[in-house]
Design a protein around this ligand. Structure first.
Ligand SMILES: NC(=O)c1ccc[n+]([C@@H]2O[C@H](COP(=O)([O-])OP(=O)(O)OC[C@H]3O[C@@H](n4cnc5c(N)ncnc54)[C@H](OP(=O)(O)O)[C@@H]3O)[C@@H](O)[C@H]2O)c1
Length: 365
């Protein structure tokens, strides 16, 4: 595989810091540019991050002394990179304009932001679930007038515990899903130091999160149809999902408690067999970050636990437990994923690995 020069837009933020940490020894991708707002531009990365560095390991040496660039300086950034990861805290319309501008400048964008997730020619990818959706990139390129540039996005972190658990069960026709998520504070870009009000607390509201958690799974489970310019994604019509998303006093890791009813009868043994044998293209292609296995099930009813299990498969795997009959629905269970690894930066890296393997990313010589 070629070596790719990578830029991180929003490098000083929580997700950006995670990208920098995860890419330290990546076999294909080398960080060659860090960018953020005009506030950070011109400083070294170490200075720009200052005391916001969220981890107990040091800033990787290859990045610490890099000069942070202004994310809007697309021409200069384009000289340094083959593609960028993007995770910025800006208004939605500004993010969409920024990302489309990169794509039109022939710089592919793998985005953690929600601004372009609703577009039917922008693939929203979890490689283990809907790798086939990459096909819509050709349609998107026609809309943007780009030859090579495009945007691929990741779904919201909240759905990445329960959608992987439900996907192997789709042929049992899930009809109704009720989910309650228990989401860590790093999902808001915070630590207990920067958000002391969260110590010993639960906040029952995360703006926009219930809606994303109900709608985004339907795009992941959507199918491809011919549109005016080529293939587009058509969302799945079912199941109906009802979500309540709570912020809880955990540093990392999003837990979800799920109840589900199915159109077809399904036994506990069948569900467990599906979870235990779930293998996908990401594993078959031997993508460097693909977890093997992707899913683990605990018989111990006290697991998964956020603190003990969020780092399963270096944070790329999903843990499930407590599968049992439900008095209102058919089955219920709990599941857990690492929100800034599987749910954000790590999922972005895995998506980029898939894009590289499938020839959508090219290293400029
Ligand atoms: N945290 C998670 O678990 C998670 C999971 C999935 C998706 N996301 C999404 O990822 C994105 C970033 O989240 P985060 O938690 O990393 O946020 P964050 O910690 O607040 O970081 C925000 C980043 O955006 C940059 N930024 C702000 N205004 C900018 C501008 N005008 N131009 C360029 N860069 C600008 C900041 O740079 P400065 O330092 O210069 O201000 C910083 O690098 C959001 O869209 C979020 O919804 C987050």
């Amino acid at each position: 595989m070629d070596q790719f020069r990578v830029g991180i837009i929003g490098a000083t933020g929580m997700v950006g810091q995670r990208f920098i940490s995860l890419l330290k020894d990546h076999p294909w991708f080398k960080v060659n540019c860090v960018a953020a707002s005009a506030r950070s531009a011109g400083k070294t990365y170490r200075e720009a991050v200052g005391d916001r560095w969220a981890f107990d390991w040091p800033i990787p040496e290859n990045v610490a002394e890099m000069t942070v660039m202004d994310a809007s300086d697309i021409d200069s950034i384009g000289q340094k990179v083959d593609f960028v990861f993007c995770a910025v805290d800006m208004k939605k319309d500004e993010i969409r304009a920024l990302e489309e501008n990169y794509a039109k400048h022939e710089i592919p964008v793998i985005s953690n932001n929600s601004a372009c997730r609703g577009l039917n020619d922008v693939p929203m990818v979890v490689p283990e679930i809907n790798a086939a959706h990459l096909e819509v990139i050709d349609t998107q390129r026609k809309r943007l007038g780009s030859r090579y540039g495009f945007i691929a996005v990741k779904p919201n972190c909240s759905i990445q515990s329960y959608v992987p658990a439900l996907t192997p069960l789709l042929d049992f026709a899930p009809e109704k899903v009720s989910v309650c998520t228990y989401q860590a504070i790093s999902g808001a870009g915070k630590t207990f130091r920067t958000w002391p009000e969260m110590v010993d607390n639960v906040i029952p509201y995360i703006g926009g999160e219930d809606e994303k958690s109900e709608q985004e799974p339907l795009k992941l489970w959507g199918h491809l149809e011919d549109g005016e310019n080529g293939k587009v994604i058509v969302n799945a019509a079912s199941p109906v999902i009802s979500a309540q998303c709570l912020r809880v006093a955990c540093s990392d890791g999003h837990m979800a408690a799920v109840s589900v009813s199915f159109g077809k009868k399904v036994t506990k043994e069948q569900i467990l067999e599906r979870w235990n044998s779930y293998e996908t293209e990401a594993q078959r292609l031997e993508l460097p970050s693909a977890p093997k296995p992707f899913l683990q099930y605990f018989d111990d009813p006290s697991r998964p636990q956020t603190k003990l299990d969020r780092d399963f498969q270096n944070g790329f795997g999903v843990s499930i437990g407590r599968l049992r009959e439900d008095k209102i629905f058919d089955w219920r269970f709990v599941c857990l994923s690492h929100n800034t690894i599987r749910g954000a930066a790590g999922g972005g890296i895995l998506t980029a690995e898939l894009l590289a393997r499938k020839g959508y990313l090219k290293a400029k010589k």
